[in-house]
Design a protein around this ligand. Structure first.
Ligand code: FES
Ligand code: FE
Length: 436
């Protein structure tokens, strides 16, 4: 019997703070995730700044399914399964570009940028007029919606609207991506790399794991890439929020804006821009709410993640690729109204730190790969992982941020409350209890 049909609730016990290692290595559980989670969740597709003109497109994945996301000649953004209706070839192999059509490399069936089948070689001779092109367009993802320029798709036509999916987490999403009156833009194209670890391992890290920073990234602190080394001052009331389908970010500054943990500061010379952002947030919401600027890291269930340090921001998706592997798609994100030289400096800083060869990404890539390697053995996989940090110490969002209107709840900075809540969520999808 596949383990996916046994008692999943016995494997994952968020209230106790334990997770069976089977969830990282078992093929049956993985297949169940693709079916239960990835066909029913809002999955990040891209940003409108990447698809500004009719014909602009990018390619990505929804679970393991490849998709093309394109702004059609009619101006509408669609997501379509990147699989030729003839015999299944991936129709588009480019990361991004602009085109009026997609031509399959195998036998050259051609589709418009709105997905209709428009060209079939030997149409008259070979198909004798019996092929109805209208029936054989690319399969369209039934729901594509946008929040603040961030495009998400869902295979479930009956899914709740994206805004409802994000719920009260929208406030924190706005605090990360909506601080600039002009919004954000994606710069420098996509970075892609594969890591031999289950997709949930980096997802737990982004959910958000502050516990590892001072240890895994100690060298980066020593050379000034991150804030001051050691634990000094980090016990101040920082915390994390989780609500709806969002997890993190923490309140990472004190009421005066001083950082309270290492992820809150990097040695950048652009602090006046950050101070201006914090002042705007204080004016729009409250002084206390501006403590969430910058926000460390966080994610939106299941596999969209973000990081926010000073002015540096990135977003990424952990695409599942079998139980033992995932591929990261990651972009550098900057505030639109920043001067061009600041945007360029941020892009370079992003590459140095969290790009595929960045110092901090190298630290974490090794963490993720080595966790997987030690858990996949026949003995290692029988054990449980421990998510007990901060168990029983949850506080409300209002207590964490110090503003009575701050929604959600969370743990302190030394807490795996978000990870526990994430697995509660995972369990509700996997056992079919999720609301629609
Ligand atoms: Fe695409 Fe044949 S598989 S044209
Ligand atoms: Fe890290």
């Amino acid at each position: 019997m596949s383990i996916a049909t046994t008692d999943l609730a016995g494997l994952v016990q968020p209230a106790k703070g334990t997770v069976s290692r089977q969830v990282y290595v078992d093929q049956g559980i993985y297949d169940h995730e693709l079916e239960r989670i990835f066909t029913r969740s809002w999955l990040f597709l891209g940003h409108t700044s990447q698809l500004a003109q009719p014909g602009d497109f990018l390619t990505t994945y929804m679970g393991e399914d490849p998709v093309i996301v394109a702004r059609g000649k009619d101006g509408q953004v669609r997501a379509m399964l990147n699989s030729c209706r003839h015999r299944g070839m991936r129709v588009c192999r480019s990361d991004e570009g602009n085109t009026s059509f997609f031509r399959c490399p195998y036998h050259a069936w051609t589709y418009s940028n709105t997905g209709e089948l428009t060209g079939v070689p030997k149409f008259r001779l070979g198909y004798g007029g019996v092929l109805d092109k209208k029936e054989w367009g690319l399969l369209e993802v039934p729901r594509v919606e946008e929040y603040g320029g961030f495009l998400f798709g869902n295979w479930d036509a009956g899914a709740v609207p994206l805004t409802e999916w994000l719920g009260d987490f929208r406030l924190y999403f706005d605090l990360v991506f909506g601080r600039d009156p002009e919004g954000v833009e994606f710069v420098g194209g996509v970075h892609k790399w594969s890591v031999r670890s289950n997709w949930k391992i980096p997802t737990e890290n982004f959910a958000c794991d502050m516990y590892h920073v001072a240890h895994s990234h100690a060298r980066s602190m020593e050379i000034g890439l991150l804030g001051p080394s050691g634990d000094d001052g980090y016990e101040i009331a920082a915390g994390m929020g989780f609500l709806g389908n969002g997890f993190g970010p923490p309140a990472s500054a004190d009421a005066e804006g001083a950082p309270v943990h290492p992820m809150a500061t990097m040695a950048t010379p652009y602090s006046e821009h950050l101070a201006a952002q914090r002042a705007r947030v204080a004016e729009r919401y409250s002084q206390e709410m501006s403590r969430v600027v910058p926000g460390g890291h966080g994610n939106v269930f299941p596999n969209f993640a973000f990081l926010d340090i000073e002015l540096l921001r990135l977003v990424r998706v952990h695409h599942p690729e079998g139980p033992g592997s995932h591929t990261v798609h990651q972009w550098c994100v900057v505030d639109k109204s920043l001067p061009a030289e600041v945007k360029d400096a941020l892009r370079r800083q992003y590459t140095l730190t969290f790009g595929p060869s960045g110092m901090l990404e190298q630290d974490d890539g090794e963490n993720f790969r080595e966790c997987q390697a030690s858990m996949r053995g026949v003995i290692g996989r029988r054990m449980e992982n421990n998510l007990m940090l901060g168990l029983g110490q949850d506080r409300t969002g209002a207590e964490i941020v110090g503003d009575g209107d701050a929604p959600g709840a969370g743990g302190g900075i030394w807490s795996e409350a978000n990870q526990r809540r994430w697995y509660e969520h995972w369990l509700s999808f996997m056992t079919g209890q999720v609301r629609r």
